[in-house]
Design a protein around this ligand. Structure first.
Ligand code: FMN
Length: 559
């Protein structure tokens, strides 16, 4: 296959201008400057391309030329685990590890869920959502002791549900020991930056959080645990995923190392210390295979601030944090038999909402309850207290006054928020709200029109039952560890994934909203300074589906 060298036309977006020093302070300064600079404002959007040539969209599918490819089985229809069982601890028996179950893990998280056609346009959608459907997240499998896979590293190719062998360390070894299974994730910034310019780094991180959530739910449907390997720093992850092998990425878009996730496939205590992950301790004879494909032959822009903020947020080996204590009672058991595999694959972003329909109040409370952090999927994927709180704009919930509400999601968060938000807010407990659900009404009144304005004039924020912004505990989190900028976005993406699936489970639909006027939302809440920043928004309601869009099976060509 002919390989193209990219012709870089450097239409530059400028730099953060915070100097070259690599200290904690300078990293923090870069992160704060990046965030400020990439805010959308009523007076103007963050810097992005002036025009888009849709026919020049980067290839949404990465592959590596020169690798052996192994087709994964497609078995999602056979997995009957109910979605409702995922929130009942111990109720899903762990499946054995095999090519079939590894295939299911990918099929139900990062796999395609349909092809869509509208007129001459055809596009794929996946189990995980993505800003602009641009999908910057790539995934890898690291395994040892799982037959028939050789030990080594594989790239997951979602367009045909296969694994490409990037590194081989010989046939599966150590079969008498528990198998080792890790998933690595990376981001290709250019996929998002092509459309969204400088703000794209944020979207890549939000998408990453969605991908972590998608993997966590799929693992739970198989009875498996999934947890972030907190001892792995950026350089280790890049090395283990082969992303530092420049010779394999010559003249093509690079991939930024993000996270390693350990899949725990038996009932081992998930609070065990993290695995050592030094590849040097693994099998000796390593062979690497393949070179990455080019995604965009004619990139028209370059946004240096994305490289700068990426560098400033690379984790450099700080120690893991303490476990978060559970402070909320268990969720009430549910018996809905709908398989998780069905909900996961039918999940879609609503493009329009039915403004004539209101949500039952108990359903609203029940949905919010599932967003509280508990030792349950997806929240058990890491071990720190929740740092993201929800500010809701309630439009259509039966027997609930429209208005501005807040759901603090961690112990002590309500007091801190009360000190930071507009002092004239009511802080009223809404009627019928379960005692343990820390929901407060801040101000009564219709906020549909302001919700639309704040969300870049998008009607999905006002025609829904409710919209919300995710307020991150921002500056205090970043000061000691600027790399938490990425993790805060992952936490927001994880919340978004929970919202998508929990909405779907209730016959509702959600849509992530990355386009919002940051400081207009802060002003609405009376927030000043950097104590809190809203990182991601979401809207939920009864969808109106567009019957003109035709849907077809994701892997029909393989039948
Ligand atoms: C981080 C993020 C931001 C998004 N922002 C918006 C938005 O501002 N407006 C919108 O209509 N959809 C938004 N979406 C929805 C995506 O457009 C949608 O996920 C994508 O088109 C794929 O469709 P699907 O979710 O049905 O798979 C966002 C999704 C994500 C994950």
């Amino acid at each position: 296959m002919q390989r193209y060298r990219r012709v870089f036309t450097p239409i530059q977006g400028g730099s953060l201008g915070t100097g070259d020093a690599d200290t904690l302070e300078s990293r923090l300064a870069r992160v704060l400057a990046y965030h400020e600079r990439t805010k959308h404002r009523v007076s103007g959007y963050a810097r992005g391309p002036e025009a888009l040539d849709w026919s020049g969209q980067p290839d949404p599918f990465r592959h590596f030329d020169g690798c052996a490819r192994l087709s994964l089985p497609l078995l999602a229809d056979t997995l009957t685990t109910p979605f409702s069982a995922l929130s009942q601890p111990g109720s899903v028996a762990p499946q054995p590890v095999s090519l079939e179950t590894i295939g299911l893990l990918f099929e139900l998280s990062l796999g395609l869920s349909a092809w869509k056609t509208y007129g001459p346009d055809r596009w794929a959608v996946r189990c995980n959502p993505s800003s602009g459907n641009l999908h910057p997240t790539e995934s890898y499998l690291l395994c040892r002791g799982i037959e028939p896979l050789d030990d080594g590293l594989y790239h997951y190719r979602c367009e045909n549900h296969s694994l490409e062998r990037r590194r081989g360390s010989g046939p599966a070894a150590g079969l008498d020991q528990p198998p080792e299974l890790l998933i690595g994730l990376s981001s290709i910034h250019w996929r998002e930056a092509w459309k969204y310019g400088e703000r794209a780094f944020r979207y890549c991180q939000l998408d990453l959080g969605h991908a972590i959530g998608a993997l966590r739910y799929a693992a739970a449907a198989l009875g498996w645990q999934l947890r972030v390997v907190e001892s792995a720093d950026w350089a280790q992850i890049a090395r283990r995923l082969g992303l530092d092998r420049r010779q394999d990425f010559v003249g093509v878009e690079s991939e930024e190392a993000e996270v390693l996730l350990e899949v725990v496939t038996d009932r081992r205590d998930p609070t065990l210390p993290d695995l050592p992950i030094d590849p040097a301790t693994r099998a000796g004879a390593d062979t690497w295979y393949g070179t990455a494909n080019v995604l965009d032959r004619h990139p028209m822009y370059h946004w240096p601030v994305i490289d700068e903020v990426a560098e400033a947020t690379r984790r450099a080996g700080e120690s893991p944090r303490q476990a978060a204590g559970e402070t909320f009672p268990p969720l009430a058991a549910k018996t809905d038999p709908t398989p998780a595999a069905t909900l996961i694959r039918q999940r879609r972003s609503a493009q329009r909402f039915d403004s004539g329909k209101a949500l039952a109040r108990d359903t609203f409370y029940d949905l919010l309850d599932t967003l509280l952090p508990r030792a349950l999927p997806p929240w058990d994927v890491w071990r720190f207290p929740a740092r993201m709180h929800l500010a809701l704009m309630v439009h259509r919930v039966e027997d609930l006054e429209p208005g501005l509400y807040i759901l603090p999601r961690a112990a002590g968060a309500a007091e801190a928020l009360r000190a930071a938000l507009n002092p004239s807010f009511d802080w009223q407990r809404p009627t019928g709200c379960p005692e343990h659900l820390p929901l407060f009404r801040l101000a009564a009144g219709h906020c549909g029109s302001i919700a639309k304005t704040i969300h870049c004039h998008q009607a999905i924020a006002t025609d829904s039952a409710f919209a919300l912004g995710m307020l991150a505990e921002y500056e205090a989190a970043l000061q000691p560890a600027p790399w938490l900028y990425r993790e805060l976005h992952w936490e927001a993406g994880l919340l978004g994934q929970a919202l998508y699936l929990e909405a779907e489970a209730r016959g509702l639909r959600g849509t992530g909203i990355g386009c919002f006027f940051d400081d207009s939302f802060h002003e609405l809440l009376g927030l000043t300074g950097r104590t809190y920043q809203s990182l991601y928004h979401f809207t939920v309601g009864y969808p109106i589906t567009d019957s003109r869009i035709i849907s077809s099976a994701p892997y029909a060509e393989r039948d």
